[in-house]
Design a protein around this ligand. Structure first.
Ligand SMILES: *[C@@H]1O[C@H](CO)[C@@H](O)[C@H](O)[C@H]1NC(C)=O
Ligand SMILES: *[C@@H]1O[C@H](CO)[C@@H](O)[C@H](O)[C@H]1NC(C)=O
Length: 351
């Protein structure tokens, strides 16, 4: 019911949008037009923001637009008239300076003319950007979330550079850690970061929140994989917004294995992400739909693997495709039966 309601709202927003802007559909009348570069003019690209949303959603917009922009020879711009964008930008300037310095330009859209193209309308599904043919200087795609790694596949080193944390953020983190966890932090210790998400996900029926049913067997299995490959010391670090839930998760005593809770450090979202990027060896996503967890996994610097719950949503959602959303080198885990298994085929869904 709620999902249908959300889709209805989305349709209403779109229709309203349509009546204001006069939509330019893919391959419409002037389809010999091209994008930037060939005649030397600088061209730009942005997307629709209904709500700028949390950090993970913001990073997806920047990365996807960057990748699309590279293909179309366009630079990314954001509308400086939106207070949420200005606020996020201040945050970027402090914590991810490369975003503000070279990936995204703020443009006052009251002073320019934008043309809108119907593209990226499905939140977690890839569309081919080469189908966008528009000569206009300021191009706005009507998609809002554009969350497929395929938009920036091939630019991974650019994306990692753009999303480099300001060094002070990570330095502070080391201090926080030394203080709280003292001797538990050794170079030889393998950090298994287990991302969980409950909170708002519990209120949206199709969003699959972390569950004990998935997390416990998944942690056990991944831990086994790590310890069986000569890693005798492992920190299992639980990330998550629900302390009570996290407290109830897998904590079996085992020689060399210690359990930690990130929420005890009371970090901001940026600090938590930057901490994870620096320190996680292996990442396990127990709420695969969380874009924050997704970025933790994508940006983490060390060599370890990424594991994720192979079920993205509680039921099939139009426009969500897990194979467009999750990189193919991450390891899918199916664990709904109570036993976790790494799988190369889709996980069976309970009725
Ligand atoms: C954008 O331009 C308009 C018109 O000149 C102006 O009123 C507005 O304050 C500007 N917005 C920003 C964020 O500078
Ligand atoms: C594990 O350690 C043994 C003994 O030191 C060594 O022979 C083996 O190659 C190591 N395996 C891995 C995967 O590093």
């Amino acid at each position: 019911m709620r999902a249908q309601f959300l889709i209805l709202i989305e349709v209403i927003i779109l229709l309203t949008y349509w009546s204001y802007t006069g939509f330019y559909i893919l391959n419409d009348i002037d389809n010999h037009d091209d994008n930037g570069g060939s005649d030397g003019t600088l061209r730009f690209i942005t997307c629709r923001f209904d709500h700028f949303s949390g950090l993970g959603n913001q990073l997806f917009r920047i990365a996807s637009l960057y990748g699309i922009g590279q293909k179309l020879r366009r630079k990314v711009y954001f509308n400086s008239n939106l207070p949420t964008v200005r606020k996020a930008f201040l945050n970027f300037e402090q914590n991810f300076p490369n975003i503000a310095n070279d990936a995204v330009t703020l443009v006052n859209t009251s002073l320019i003319t934008e043309k809108v193209v119907l593209f990226g309308m499905n939140d977690r599904q890839y569309d081919n950007p080469m189908l966008i043919v528009k000569k206009t200087k300021y191009l706005k795609i009507a998609g809002n979330y554009i969350q497929s790694y395929k938009y920036f596949d091939g630019y991974q080193s650019d994306i990692k550079r753009i999303f480099t944390c300001q060094s002070t953020v990570t330095l502070d983190k080391r201090y926080v850690l030394d203080f709280h966890w003292r001797n538990e932090w050794h170079k030889k210790t393998h950090n298994l970061c287990v991302h969980t998400r409950r909170g708002d996900f519990l209120g949206i029926p199709f969003f699959r929140a972390s569950s004990k049913q998935f997390t416990d067997p998944a942690v056990k299995t991944v831990l086994q994989t790590i310890t069986s490959s000569n890693q005798s010391k492992v920190n299992v670090i639980y990330f998550g917004d629900d302390p009570q839930f996290v407290n109830g998760l897998y904590r079996s005593p085992q020689k060399g294995v210690k359990y930690f809770d990130m929420h005890k450090l009371q970090l901001t979202d940026v600090e938590e992400l930057c901490f994870g990027i620096q320190n996680c060896d292996t990442v396990l996503l127990t709420a695969t739909g969380s874009t924050f967890g997704w970025w933790l996994a994508y940006l983490h610097k060390k060599d370890g693997n990424v594991y994720y719950d192979g079920i993205l949503s509680n039921y099939k959602v139009h426009g969500w495709n897990i194979n467009d959303y999750v990189p193919s080198n991450w390891h899918r885990i199916c664990a709904d039966s109570g036993i976790a298994q790494v799988s190369h085929v889709p996980c069976p869904m309970r009725a």
